[in-house]
Design a protein around this ligand. Structure first.
Ligand SMILES: C[S@@+](CC[C@H](N)C(=O)[O-])C[C@H]1O[C@@H](n2cnc3c(N)ncnc32)[C@H](O)[C@@H]1O
Length: 280
């Protein structure tokens, strides 16, 4: 069989579909873009009849094999798009999720138009939240990204450098040792309950547990974050945090109990309650 861009994508799509990928065509295309070092998927479509060399076929086959075993595309290609920016990722750091864009959008609504704010992103991971806020507010605020994971902070540092923005990265747990007061605290914290059967197998196998799990209830991190944040925010400052399916009611209660005002819960694009906001 003479392989071309078009027919090899078709074949890889069939294989990945059989192996349970939920987005086999997209996966097959992204892997070929990466393998052939193309700029984007448009370039694939413009070169559908281009024949592949034996070397190119073999390289692509190796990537498809990894994906077929369940490894996320972003770990294979080493990158993931978030809010239109390209973030480096690798094992040891959570892959940015599209639902987190809702958290960033809501935080930006409250930050934009202001200058000189002190903002902290708790559990920064790849740095996707802190860096996006920094880019979209033109570096007019002091932005800090904290994480307890050294591995995550290494990746965040690379992203800060690549995307050329000023984000201070600090290794600590929650807000420990950070000198407030802050105008805004933003966080996509770990919020999955230990043993939650809804977590996909490939997420469990490949992504860092420390980024996912928060005790028996899934709310242990959020409980601490909400209390600590209230202590470290300025009057009028806000906490915006992401949470998991079915946690909206508890998050609303936790925010109110801690003394936050104007507490609201926002849905993501798929209509699920996803973000909690409270003002001190
Ligand atoms: C759900 S991930 C979010 C990563 C990134 N902000 C994103 O949205 O893609 C949670 C992050 O919190 C970090 N984390 C876990 N426990 C922490 C703690 N006690 N203090 C600070 N960060 C913590 C994890 O290492 C992980 O990077």
């Amino acid at each position: 069989m003479k392989w071309t861009v078009g027919n090899i994508v078709k074949r890889a799509t069939e294989i990945l579909k059989e192996r349970g990928s939920k987005s086999p065509r997209l996966d097959a295309e992204l892997l070929l873009v990466h393998s052939l070092k193309l700029r984007d998927r448009v370039e694939l479509y413009l070169n559908f009849d281009r024949p592949l060399t034996e070397r190119e076929v073999e390289d692509y086959r190796q990537l498809v094999k990894r994906r077929a075993k369940g490894e996320p595309v972003a770990y294979i290609t080493g990158k993931k798009e978030f809010f239109g920016f390209e973030f480096k990722v690798r094992k040891g750091v959570l892959i940015p999720r599209p639902e987190t864009e809702t958290l960033v959008e809501e935080a930006l609504k409250l930050i934009k138009g202001k200058k000189g704010l002190k903002v902290v992103d708790v559990g920064t991971g790849s740095g996707c939240i802190a860096i996006t806020v920094c880019k979209l507010t033109k570096g007019e605020n002091t932005i800090i990204g904290v994480d307890v994971s050294e591995e995550a902070l290494k990746v965040a540092k690379e992203n800060v450098e690549n995307l050329k923005c000023k984000v201070h990265l600090i290794r600590t747990s929650l807000l420990n040792g950070l000198k407030g007061p802050f105008d805004a605290i933003i966080s996509n914290p770990p919020y999955v309950a230990a043993g939650d059967k809804r977590v996909e197998r490939e997420v469990l196998k490949y992504e860092p547990k420390i980024a996912l799990f928060a005790g028996k209830s899934g709310l242990e991190f959020i409980e601490k974050l909400v209390k600590e944040s209230h202590k470290k925010l300025k009057e009028g400052g806000f906490l915006a945090l992401e949470f998991g399916e079915g946690q909206g009611k508890e998050v609303k209660e936790l925010l109110s109990e801690a003394g936050f005002k104007e507490v609201r819960i926002i849905k993501d694009l798929s209509g699920k309650e996803r973000v909690g906001i409270g003002v001190k």
